[in-house]
Each structure stands twice: as structure tokens, then as C-alpha cells.
Design a protein around this ligand. Sequence first.
Ligand code: NAD
Length: 270
Amino acid sequence: MQSRSLVGKTALVTGSTSGIGLGIARSLAAEGANICLNGFGDLQEIAALRAAIEEEFQVKTIYSNADMTQASQITEMMTQAQNEFGGVDILVNNAGIQHVAAIEDFPVEKWDAIIAINLSSAFHTTRLALPSMRTKNWGRIINVASVHGLVASAQKSAYVAAKHGLVGFTKTTALETADSAITCNAICPGFVLTPLVQKQVDARAERDNISNEEAKKSLLSEKQPSGEFVTPEQLGALAVFSAVMQQHRFVVLLGIWMVVGSRNKDLRIA
Ligand code: NAD
């Protein structure tokens, strides 16, 4: 536990009760950061997640069930973090959902929810985190975008629009904090096998009448040259890198290295 790089820092990870967010929260805790978890799920399971993080990494955790579609609940979550830990030093905007449908069939309420959770919530958390970061003259903002922040896929209009928006928001945040020790980066992963992607695997297996394993291979073969899923642990390592690096600002950590190089442990920055 010695020489951990984030001891004394507090990290808030939205959507961290599952998947990538949980992987990132665990990686930041492993470096000594106290953790504010957020997301939905079974309360007993979330309590067990917190206890496991606290015991394994000897850090403190809190939990907020704030709904990322509700600006007032986001304010309450940020106030809770301020009261408990004196502010958020590392903000990871990760909460996200997906819906797959053609534009003319896309349910309006799904569009609104995806834009609110995947994009607008990052605006709210960032605007509320920045004053304390500016006071401390230190902060790290990490936006979990997607390869869909850089390229498009059919049937994913809201997700692609939100993630392109999040990459744009990352650049503006980086510009507005460029004269300080606050950095803002986006991570743009390819496919990670989390509940969000498992739904797409299940739908493909049913549509094509193939097994789950075949559906995974077919999904990956369309978009991910490595033929392998990215892991939450790899993304956690990238988040830690982004949190500890001192100089780089206005850097988008391209998902391309995740997609092309997921067998390669090197971190490449483009
Ligand atoms: P996941 O479904 O495993 O986790 C999503 C998390 O967000 C959960 O903790 C869930 O409770 C939370 N959440 C959902 N709606 C919420 C709301 N309204 N308010 C608060 N929390 C809410 O998904 P994941 O795959 O880990 O995705 C995490 C992020 O990574 C998303 O932004 C997603 O777009 C992005 N991403 C995922 C992949 C992938 O292949 N899985 C690839 C690129 C980017």
C-alpha cells in the first residue's frame, strides 16, 4: 500500500455500481483515493461493493443514488461529496445507457434519457466540481466517452450524438482549465463486455438464432480488429494514468489503442 499516487484525493465516479465505472472506481481506490460511488442497483449489493473496496484498499467510500437525468439530484450528490470529503478532486463522468433503433423508430423518451445521462450529467457534475478544484488548483476530470465519440454506427443515433458531444465538452473543459493544474481528458473505449453490451449480444443471438459466444464474436468482428473485448481493468489503468499525469491537457485518449491494441499493455496517447 506504500507509494500510492492518489492518497488524500477523492474520486467521484458516476455510474460506478457496475461495469466500467466500478472497474475505474476500484483502480482509483487501489491508488489510495477515497471513492464516491453512484448508480443504481440492489442496496445490499452496493453496500457489499463499498465494504469490499474499503477493506481491500483501506480507503473511505460513500454512495449516492442520484439519478443522472435529474440536475437537482446531481447537485445533492456533489454537496454530499463536498460535506463528506471537502470536494471532488477526480471526477469521472461515466454513467451511460444505450438504446438501439433506427432514427424514425427511436423512442423520444429514450433519446432524452441518453442525452441527459450520457452528456448533460457531465456538464452538471463538472460545473459543480470546478469551483473546489479551482480553489485547490488541482483537479482531474475524466469523461468516459466511447469509440462512438469519434465514429458512428447505424441504429445508435442518440448514443453517437451524446458521445460526440461529450468529446466536444471535454475539449472545452480542457481549454477553460488550461491555465491551471486541472486537466480534462476523454477515454474512448471500444466494446467492453458489461451489462450494456451484453444486451446487444443477447439481441444479436436471438435475431440471428446463434449462441451467445457466436454473437459475441460476430459483434466484435464488425468493429473491433483485436477480436477481444476491452476490460474494465484496462480502462481503470488508463483512468489512473490520466489522474496522475501532471502536464497533458487537451488530450483525447483515443479508443483506437483500445480497439487495435487491446492485446498490448502499452498506453498510447494520440
Ligand atoms: P453498465 O450498464 O455496466 O453500467 C452503467 C452504470 O450507469 C451503472 O452503474 C448504472 O447503475 C448507472 N446508471 C444508469 N443510468 C443511470 C442514471 N440515470 N443515473 C445514475 N446512474 C445510472 O455500462 P458500462 O458498459 O459499464 O458503461 C459505462 C460507460 O462506458 C457508459 O458511459 C458507456 O457509454 C461507456 N462505454 C461502454 C462501452 C462498452 O462496450 N460497454 C464502450 C464504450 C463506452
